[in-house]
Write a protein that binds this ligand. Structure first.
Ligand SMILES: [Zn+2]
Length: 223
């Protein structure tokens, strides 16, 4: 990361990070270079008070070593399965075997065999936003931690880092981040994106728009 950006992160008391589709070329697997970039970012954040939110469903935040109590994946991730009929109480953790199975099958027909619901006997499926009856209970606890953390950013020196987020789910990262940066007088907002890097009119004074692929942005340096 270039020093001018790193300085802004280091200068902040709190860092809010959004990780988007540039880190999710694959829905159920993580690209090595994406994990490496986020590992690097995680190292830079050592000792910082941060929270990371992602729209990715491939478990990338966990695989990159971010703290479990500082991440939220509202679109679901590769950890939990649910009943296809979304029975209450059907959520179950995926076993390592099942995760391997999903990652393998995703390359071919994408049909997963994850057993049946203990409540109603219907087939189980992945607990994510691409499931027709998405059970949002799966990320609720993490979401509560996230909103509580966000409340604590008011009037604090906040650096908002939006990395490679597209417009597929704008109400999860893009719009809320703009709002947080707009209302916090001490906020800096850095938007990095290969295509959708433009800054809104309201944020042009405190926002920095970077026209770059965000994995490259993290891993580039001044030397
Ligand atoms: Zn069921």
């Amino acid at each position: 990361m270039k020093k001018e950006y790193l300085d802004k992160i280091m200068d902040a008391d709190l860092v809010l990070i959004g990780i988007g589709s540039e880190f999710e070329k694959l829905r159920y697997r993580c690209e090595e270079k994406a994990i490496e970039a986020l590992n690097e970012l995680n190292d830079l954040l050592n000792g910082k008070n941060y929270f990371v939110i992602t729209t990715c469903t491939n478990n990338i935040l966990k695989e990159s070593g971010f703290r479990n109590d500082r991440i939220v994946s509202p679109c679901g991730n590769l950890e939990v399965k649910q009943c296809t009929k979304a029975c209450k109480g059907s959520l179950q953790e995926l076993t390592d075997e099942e995760i391997q199975h999903i990652r393998k099958r995703a390359d071919s027909d994408g049909e997963f065999h994850l057993g049946v619901c203990a409540v109603c006997g219907a087939p189980m499926t992945l607990n994510n936003v691409y499931t027709s009856e998405y059970d949002e209970e799966g990320y609720l606890n993490d979401w509560k931690m996230y909103t509580k953390w966000l409340q604590g950013t008011l009037n604090k020196k906040l650096c908002v880092l939006e990395l490679g987020v597209d417009m597929t789910f704008p109400n999860i990262i893009r719009w809320p981040f703009e709002k947080v940066a707009f209302y916090n007088q001490k906020a800096t907002f850095i938007r990095v994106n290969e295509k959708l890097y433009h800054m809104s009119e309201e944020l042009k004074d405190k926002g920095i728009a970077v026209n770059k692929q965000s994995i490259d942005w993290i891993t580039e340096n001044d030397i």
